[in-house]
Design a protein around this ligand. Structure first.
Ligand SMILES: [Fe+2]
Ligand SMILES: [Fe+2]
Length: 153
């Protein structure tokens, strides 16, 4: 997707939809915005490491896609659906929201749509998508294990 003057990327963190993400529960006691910021931070660190080791990965694409990867959860119909349906549905819905409201490029779009691999069957097309997927899995496990500990009687 070409980025033109009229089609510039929107500031994700100050957008109304991301504000809504602060109110959407995710990973037991957290919210979508918090998880997305954590994922973006780990995605950024992974990019730094990869770039230092000679693997050229776009930090901008990874950070933007990480911030938006679960934005599909801000749709009530998606968030309130059954577990398996939500797992399939939120990346597709999120990719559509990212394209229509944030004007993401094709690398970011694909990374968001494929971040639930292997559940979504088709893997990410670009290396940035693999970084987003890895950062999301790492953060999800970390957040869930921490929160389970907190909730333990
Ligand atoms: Fe997700
Ligand atoms: Fe996630």
């Amino acid at each position: 997707m070409k980025r033109t003057k009229e089609n510039e990327s929107v500031n994700i963190l100050s957008s109304a939809r991301f504000e809504k993400a602060e109110t959407v529960t995710h990973h037991i006691t957290g919210n979508v915005a918090e998880h997305s910021r954590n994922t973006a931070e780990y995605g950024r660190r992974m990019c730094e490491w990869l770039n230092r080791h000679g693997i050229d990965v776009s930090e901008e694409d990874v950070v933007q896609a990480c911030l938006l990867h679960d934005i599909g959860m801000t749709e009530d119909r998606v968030h309130d659906s059954a577990g398996w349906r939500k797992a399939f549905w939120h990346p597709r819905k999120g990719a559509r929201i990212a394209r229509d409201e944030y004007h993401v490029n094709k690398v970011q779009y694909n990374a968001i749509k494929r971040h639930m691999w292997p559940i979504c069957i088709i893997p990410p097309r670009y290396k940035e998508g693999w970084v987003v997927m890895a950062a999301d899995k790492y953060c999800s496990i970390r957040e869930l294990s921490r929160k389970r500990k907190m909730l333990r009687p």
